[in-house]
Design a binder for this molecule. Structure first.
Ligand code: SAM
Length: 223
């Protein structure tokens, strides 16, 4: 892993990225913008791509996976509306960047990663940054994390073929699930926000097209 340096230049690039998100990408929640401003995205990159870390683009993180585009990280985080004290579950730790952003907003963040190599890399990186790695889990996030449910907020950062039933069950009443769902093509999804208004009452909002790597596991894409 590269040394944990956050240079004057990188801090400037990060400020410029946050300004872009605010002024040109329509992100309005100042707490979300501050969270992205506080997390050094370059430290979540493979060395070969590090100089690109403050572009508004997704990049490879190894194992065929990606760190999501900053606009999407900010938009999904804004849609979640995380408040201090919320218990949040992320599916798809990947690089750990989104986890680090969520940790700026509440102390109760859990994240599950399916790929053992990425899980271990993310754990080491987040530990080096002083973030709480007790919230990291290796496993099939399409089944949620029943032992720690219910959650106020659940964020899925991979594209599901359908709404994962376990995640709906693990949502607290009043809770929100933000998830990309693409029923026919594993690489194209509609971003959904589901609000649980009662034990069996779920309100669904469709919030635009997106592209995520496929969700794997029992409620994910097979093969
Ligand atoms: N949130 C990540 C970040 O900030 O870097 C980006 C996530 S990447 C777009 C999607 C991640 O979901 C990959 O790391 C992939 O291995 C993981 N994934 C796919 N299916 C999963 C599952 N069933 N459970 C947990 N993680 C899964």
């Amino acid at each position: 892993m590269q040394p944990l340096q956050d240079s004057y230049r990188q801090r400037g690039q990060r400020r410029a990225l946050v300004a872009l998100l605010r002024e040109q990408r329509g992100i309005r929640d100042e707490r979300v913008l501050a969270a992205l401003g506080a997390v050094p995205r370059h430290l979540f990159f493979e060395p070969a791509f590090e100089t690109h870390a403050y572009q508004d683009k997704a990049f490879p993180i190894g194992e065929g996976q990606t760190i999501s585009q900053p606009t999407m990280v900010a938009y999904q985080t804004e849609l979640l509306g995380v408040q201090p004290g919320h218990q949040v579950l992320e599916i798809g730790t990947g690089s750990g960047y989104q986890f680090a952003v969520l940790c700026q907003l509440t102390t109760g963040v859990q994240s599950i990663e399916f790929n053992a190599v990425l899980y271990e890399r993310g754990r080491q990186r987040l530990a080096a940054l002083g973030l709480p790695t007790t919230g990291l889990h290796l496993g099939d996030g399409s089944l949620g994390l029943p032992a720690l449910a219910p959650f106020d907020r659940i964020l899925v950062t991979a594209g599901a073929p359908a709404l994962p039933p376990a995640l709906l069950r693990q949502l607290r009443i009043g809770g929100r699930l933000v998830v990309p769902v693409g029923t026919t093509d594993p690489g194209r999804q509609q971003l959904l926000r589901i609000t649980r208004e009662g034990p069996e009452a779920f309100v669904r909002e469709e919030l635009g097209d997106c592209r995520f790597v496929p969700l794997r596991g029992a409620a994910g894409w097979q093969g």
